[in-house]
Design a protein. Structure first.
Length: 192
């Protein structure tokens, strides 16, 4: 059973990203019944998981999570950082809205379901190491739970801004035969 699968109608146990049984608001999931109730039809197969080719490329942390950097598609503002497991990524890729794994609440949450600050998916990319996702979105309202546009608006740490270095001077071709400083080799010479 995949760690990201949630409780289904056939009584599959809900698991956290680490694979341990999850509790819903402090109440344990009911034990699965031996036979399906007449009101419900049995779940014939588990929910489809994340595409195996994508899953194979992911490098997850010890909790089975991958950080997802979220960026506004048109302005390129970095809006926030969230966490995804395979199921959250599958939902994000297939539903058009961003879903995260909440480490503090131990459950999935789809951005905007309660606040109205929805994130509509525009693209999802995996970095070269397979350990970070870049999700570009069309953000409706604030991205941060504090009400700020981005989670990075409130506190600039005051880093010294670097200035680009001037390019190294180029030696003109007619100066190539210029005398060399003592102890250096002229171009093309070999030490013996």
């Amino acid at each position: 059973m995949q760690a990201s699968r949630r409780r289904g109608s056939a009584g599959r146990a809900a698991l956290s990203p680490t694979g341990s049984p999850r509790q819903n608001d402090g109440v344990p999931d009911p034990a699965p019944s031996a036979a399906p109730s007449p009101e419900r039809s049995p779940d014939p197969s588990p929910a489809p998981g994340l595409d195996p080719a994508i899953a194979a490329r992911l490098r997850r942390d010890a909790a089975g999570l991958v950080p997802a950097v979220v960026q506004q598609h048109d302005t390129r503002e970095v809006l926030m950082l969230g966490w995804m497991d395979d199921e959250a990524l599958r939902r994000t890729l297939t539903e058009g809205r961003v879903t995260y794994w909440s480490r503090s609440r131990g459950e999935y949450w789809r951005k905007g379901d309660t606040s109205g600050h929805v994130q509509h998916v525009r693209s999802v990319a995996l970095d070269c190491d397979g350990d970070t996702l870049l999700v570009t979105v069309d953000q409706v309202g604030a991205a941060c739970h504090t009400g700020d546009r981005t989670c990075f608006d409130a506190d600039d740490l005051g880093a010294v801004a670097a200035t680009p270095h001037a390019p190294a001077p180029q030696v003109p071709a007619h100066d190539a035969a210029a005398p060399q400083a003592p102890g250096t080799d002229a171009p093309g010479s070999e030490r013996g």
